[in-house]
Write a new protein. Structure first.
Lengths: 173, 331
C-alpha cells in the first residue's frame, strides 16, 4: 500500500481491559494501518478516562472519515482528529517572468490537485521586466504524489517558458 | 612492436604525442615497444614507417599545417596497429571522426578516441563492428576527461548494475556557476572572465547550452547502462538563464546550483539541466572540476572527481586506454 496520509486521533478510554481493542479493531477493519499507540496516563480525565493517541495511515481521506464514524459508533469519544498530514516536501526554483505569466495560476495548478500544495514561496524581483527568481516549497500526501505534482509544475513551466530547477537529491524528503 | 597513427594534432593530439615521447620507457615497461608512424592534422600528415621523432613533429607543426597525405588516406593505406583519433567533436554528424573510426575498424586495427561525435552518433554500430572483428574501441577520454569513469565502471565495478549516474560533466559550466555563486556576478560577467582565462571558448554555446554534457551523458548511458540512446533523447537545458539572485535564494535553503547530467535507466531519464544541489552533496564541487555519482546495486554509491578537460588530462585518459589494450598479461 502506498502511504497517502497519516491520521492521529485521541480517544478517551475507560481504564479497564478490552477498551483499547474497541478502538483498534474498527481502524484495522476499515483498512487503516496502525503506526503507534500512546497512552496519556498523566492526562487522565476527572471521570478516570485515559486519553490514548492512535496514529494510523490510510490510503485516502474517505477511509479516514469512515474510520472516524466507526469509532463514534463504538461509543468512544474522539477528542481530536489530526487532519491529513502532508508527508513529502521538496523545494524547487523557478526563474523567468514568474509574475507576468500569472503566478497565482501557477500556484493554483498545484493547489487544485487536492494532493499537493505550495506551502512556502520566496520571490526575488531585481527589476521590472527582468526575470525574477522564486523558491517554492511543495508538500504532497506522499512521495509519488509529490513527483506527480512536480510533473504538473514542469509542464506549466514549459508552457510559460520558465526555467524550473529541481533538486538533485536522491530522496525527496 | 605496436605501430601507432595519431589522427588530430590540436592541443590533445600534441599532448598525447608529448606523453608518448616523454614517458616512453614507463609506458613500454607496461605494454612493450611502440612507435608513432604517422601524425595527421586537418590538412595533411607526416609519416615515417620507422617511427617519427615527436619533438621534430611538434617543431614542424609550429611552422604551419602539415602537407602530405590526407588523414583518410593514411588510415586506409598505412601499416599500423592502433589509431589514436583526437579530431574535433561534431555531435550531429560525428565527422570527421566517424569515417576515421569506421575505416580503421574495417582495416582491423584497435582504436582509442577522445572524440565524442562518432560515439554519440553511432555508438552501437561502432562497438558491434569492433566486437565482430575482435578489436578494441576505447573512449575513456570522451566522458569526464581524466576522471576515471568508463574503465572504473567496467573493470572495478564489474558485476554491478549501474542504477543511475548523476554528474558534473562540463568544467566550463561548473566554473561559471561556482563563480556566480561566490561573487554574485551575472552570467555574462563571469562568461567574459572565463573566456579571458581560456576556460570558455569564444563561442561558448557548446558548453553553456549543455550540448557537451549531453554528448558525454549519451556515451555513459550507452556504454555503462545499455540505454541505447542518442543525442535527441536527452532533455537539455543550459545555464544561460540563471540569475545571480538564484544563488542567494538557493543558499537560504542550503542549496547551490550546478549543471547536472543524469541518466537513469529504470525511470527513463536522460537529462542535462541546472539543479539545486545541497551544499554538502558530493556534486557541489567548485571550479573546473568534474564529478560523478554512480549508484550501483552492490557497491552502493561511488563518487569520482577529476579534471574533465585539458591537454595532458585528456591525454592521460588516452594513454590509459592504450595501456589497457596492450598491457602485458601475467599468467
Amino acid at each position: 500500500m502506498s502511504i497517502m496520509a497519516v491520521i492521529s486521533v485521541v480517544v478517551e478510554l475507560q481504564d479497564k481491559p478490552g477498551q483499547l481493542l474497541k478502538a483498534l479493531e474498527p481502524i484495522s477493519r476499515e483498512g487503516g494501518n496502525i503506526l503507534s499507540i500512546i497512552h496519556q496516563r498523566d492526562k487522565m480525565t476527572p471521570l478516570k478516562k485515559v486519553p490514548v493517541e492512535i496514529s494510523f495511515s490510510v490510503d485516502n481521506q474517505k477511509t479516514a472519515l469512515r474510520i472516524l464514524n466507526r469509532l463514534r459508533e463504538e461509543g468512544l469519544s474522539v477528542k481530536s482528529f489530526n487532519e491529513v498530514r502532508l508527508l513529502a516536501t521538496t523545494s524547487v526554483m523557478i526563474i523567468g517572468h514568474i509574475v507576468k505569466t500569472d503566478l497565482s495560476d501557477t500556484i493554483n495548478r498545484i493547489d487544485s490537485t487536492g494532493f499537493a500544495e505550495v506551502v512556502d514561496m520566496e520571490i526575488t524581483m531585481p527589476e521590472v521586466n527582468k526575470p525574477s527568481t522564486a523558491m517554492i516549497t511543495i508538500s504532497a500526501t506522499g512521495k509519488e504524489k509529490l513527483e506527480e505534482a512536480l510533473e504538473i509544475l514542469k509542464s506549466v513551466c514549459r508552457d510559460k517558458h520558465l526555467l524550473l530547477i529541481e533538486p538533485v537529491n536522491e530522496e525527496l524528503s | 612492436m605496436i605501430n601507432i597513427i595519431l589522427i588530430g594534432f590540436g592541443a590533445v593530439g600534441q599532448g598525447v604525442a608529448e606523453l608518448l615521447y616523454r614517458k616512453k620507457s614507463e609506458i613500454e615497461r607496461l605494454i612493450g615497444k611502440y612507435r608513432v608512424v604517422a601524425v595527421c592534422d586537418s590538412k595533411g600528415s607526416v609519416i615515417d614507417e620507422n617511427g617519427l621523432r615527436i619533438p621534430d613533429v611538434i617543431e614542424r607543426k609550429k611552422k604551419g599545417a602539415f602537407d602530405g597525405k590526407k588523414s583518410i588516406e593514411v588510415i586506409e593505406t598505412l601499416d599500423y596497429d592502433l589509431m589514436i583519433e583526437v579530431t574535433t567533436t561534431d555531435v550531429h554528424s560525428g565527422e570527421p571522426g566517424l569515417t576515421h573510426i569506421r575505416q580503421a575498424l574495417e582495416r582491423g586495427v584497435n582504436v582509442v578516441t577522445s572524440n565524442k561525435g562518432p560515439l554519440v552518433v553511432a555508438f552501437s554500430e561502432l562497438n558491434r563492428m569492433a566486437e565482430k572483428k575482435g578489436l578494441r574501441l576505447m573512449y575513456e577520454a570522451t566522458a569526464g576527461g581524466a576522471m576515471p569513469l568508463i574503465k572504473l565502471a567496467k573493470n572495478d565495478l564489474a558485476g554491478n548494475e549501474i542504477l543511475f549516474i548523476k554528474g558534473v560533466l562540463n568544467g566550463t559550466c561548473n566554473y561559471i556557476l561556482s563563480r556566480m555563486e561566490k561573487e554574485r556576478m551575472t552570467y555574462s560577467q563571469v562568461l567574459v572572465e572565463a573566456q579571458e582565462l581560456n576556460i570558455a571558448e569564444a563561442d561558448p554555446t557548446y558548453d553553456v547550452e549543455g550540448i557537451d554534457a549531453a554528448a558525454k551523458l549519451v556515451i555513459l548511458a550507452n556504454s555503462l547502462m545499455e540505454m541505447d540512446s542518442c543525442f535527441r533523447d536527452v532533455e537539455i537545458r543550459g545555464i544561460t538563464e540563471i540569475t545571480p539572485e538564484a544563488f542567494e535564494v538557493a543558499s537560504t535553503r542550503n542549496y547551490t546550483i550546478r549543471l547536472i547530467a543524469e541518466a537513469n535507466r529504470e525511470k527513463r531519464i536522460l537529462k542535462v539541466s541546472p539543479r539545486l544541489v545541497p551544499f554538502h552533496h558530493p556534486l557541489a564541487i567548485r571550479g573546473t572540476m568534474n564529478a560523478a555519482l554512480i549508484k550501483t546495486d552492490l557497491a552502493g554509491d561511488v563518487v569520482v572527481m577529476g579534471r574533465g578537460a585539458g591537454k595532458y588530462e585528456t591525454a592521460s585518459a588516452i594513454i590509459s586506454d592504450m595501456v589497457e589494450i596492450y598491457r602485458k598479461r601475467y599468467e
